[in-house]
Design a binder for this molecule. Sequence first.
Ligand SMILES: C[S@@+](CC[C@H](N)C(=O)[O-])C[C@H]1O[C@@H](n2cnc3c(N)ncnc32)[C@H](O)[C@@H]1O
Length: 368
Amino acid sequence: MREVLTNPQGGYYMKRDVFGREGDFITSPEISQIFGELVGIWLVNEWRKLGSPSPFQFVELGPGRGTLARDVLKVLTKFKLGAEFSMHLVEISPYLSKLQAQRFCYQHETLTEDAAAQLPHYQVGTTATGSKAFWHKRLEDVPEGFSLVLAHEYFDALPTHKLQLVNGKWHEVLIDVEEKPQNKENEFRYVLSKSQTPVSHVFRPLTEETRSCLEYSLETERQVGLLAQRLEKNGGISLIMDYGHFGEKTDTFRAFKQHALHDPLLEPGSADLTADVDFKLVKNTAESQGNIYCCGPIEQGDFLKRMQGDVRLEQLLAHALPENQEIIRSGYQMLTDPKQMGSRFKFLAMFPGILHEHLEKYPVAGFS
Ligand SMILES: C[S@@+](CC[C@H](N)C(=O)[O-])C[C@H]1O[C@@H](n2cnc3c(N)ncnc32)[C@H](O)[C@@H]1O
């Protein structure tokens, strides 16, 4: 999954724009500006409740086309925070990092390989309001400091492992080459590992685990652990938004090509690979690797409605041209309707555990 999505030569994300109607899939921030605006307002509200710490870092993991970052930036500017902040984008794709910079910077520069090797970032830019933006390949390269962290459809793109319980032992499902007779192309196939693999060795199921086959993303666990440690040490707020479950699904690994499901083992690199995020793993990791207070997961539709999305929709409609009204209305409907994206997508917020009592007294917006 890592190779197929992010290999510098043939990786799916590395050299093209895969989003939108002409691409392979469309994401919530691309469907309606209401999404990014409400997430931005949520961040400002929670940041103010913590006493408006300044300066802060606005961090986004896997910003895609940069639409969510642009809409949040508009909110941060509109609210005239009176605080200094820098932007930190964790993006592995050089192609997408340029698209992102074009979305919200008036000027940007990609560093030479030699220069980038000495620094924690590989691209820099400046927004219209003068904030500095930095692009990093990895979360660990983001400087330490109080951070507002967003991750939308990021964790579902990290590699996952398939595990199966056989005679009381976990075995990993691997991908093998099935050799075909001459003149026929070899194909990939799933095989069950006979012996232990590094992942089946380190995997520790939760005590109440009842599934005999599941997906386990070691990389998600590692990055959530890092995020939790950073939040605890430096302070901050994190919002993870993705499609996912709470430790009950067994087989969600799939591919998308031109808005339709596709066989993940066919033509690797030509389709998006994804697996639902296991929010139970995320929550447990955050709470065990840092002293973290988690809210959620809750459904996207509930979050957007509680954040007064309906009111924002009416405002936008009141100012829209008649020919644009239907697209605005149907976009919001798509994000909130439980039969569309409203319930499959989940929101989980993370705060330093030290704020537990404060947040019980002044509850986190959108979560109850
Ligand atoms: C599914 S897209 C989501 C894009 C955007 N957040 C949105 O919702 O429209 C995943 C994003 O994460 C980036 N990405 C994937 N794997 C990554 C990795 N290992 N490290 C950093 N970025 C990664 C991709 O290049 C892309 O920008």
